[in-house]
Design a protein around this ligand. Sequence first.
Ligand code: ADP
Ligand code: MG
Length: 256
Amino acid sequence: RETAPPALAVHDVTVRFAGLTALDGVSFTVEPGSVHAVIGPNGAGKSTTFNVLSGVYRAASGSVRLGTAELTGRAPHEIAALGVARTFQNLALPPHATVADTLMLGRHRLTRAGFLASGLGLPSAKRETAAHRERVREIAGFIGLEKELGRPAGALPYGQQKLVELGRALCMEPQVLLLDEPVAGMTADERRRTAAIVAGVRDGLGISIVLVEHDMGVVMRLADAVTVLDFGRRIAGGTPAEVQNDPAVVQAYLGA
Ligand code: ADP
Ligand code: MG
């Protein structure tokens, strides 16, 4: 019996910018249906890691695999189509669209009939659109925003806007979800709710999650495994309890 490949395998990835090595031979694997946190001080390379995983930056060397699919060198839209969705450290929502329309944006890569067919009002396209609307409603319920579907997303409190961004990524039906600081800027109450929703994404939807987050309480509660970066290098990895007690990790955070 063969064991399942990891959801995501990052192998020996190096990223360079003029005169700076932002990632230096970084490797880690994300087990299926787990939350894998990537932590480290400012400038450690966390956002760069996400930008490589989503195809925004190209690695100078190394490889990234999604299950058995090679992601290395692929363009962002190809990686998204293969099943990697992401949210951004800073909100990136269209300012005037309703919550429903914003979530619907996440469905576009799944729309087979396409805009021409729906513009012509073909029955197949109408059925497909109705199915997408239904799924958008389900996901809005999942993130607790079903009542807000008709409101402009930009008019919601900041914490709810962050949830809309999470919902839009979920609407892509990803296998792997990259969350860049999902609770940043949230109240304590919103943080608790969001952490519960992220746990639900893993446990209820079975999606594997890579989590970049500064809130260590959230990391320790949610993560199944942790990779610690410092100056572009992987300095530690293991369970939350293991990395918390690792002298190299303590040093990286205190010595910065
Ligand atoms: P983190 O998200 O862990 O705070 P980043 O991945 O954003 O760190 O940055 C890692 C290093 O790479 C930093 O020194 C940062 O200045 C540099 N860096 C990131 N993106 C770029 C870029 N597009 N051009 C030049 N340097 C960059
Ligand atoms: Mg960052």
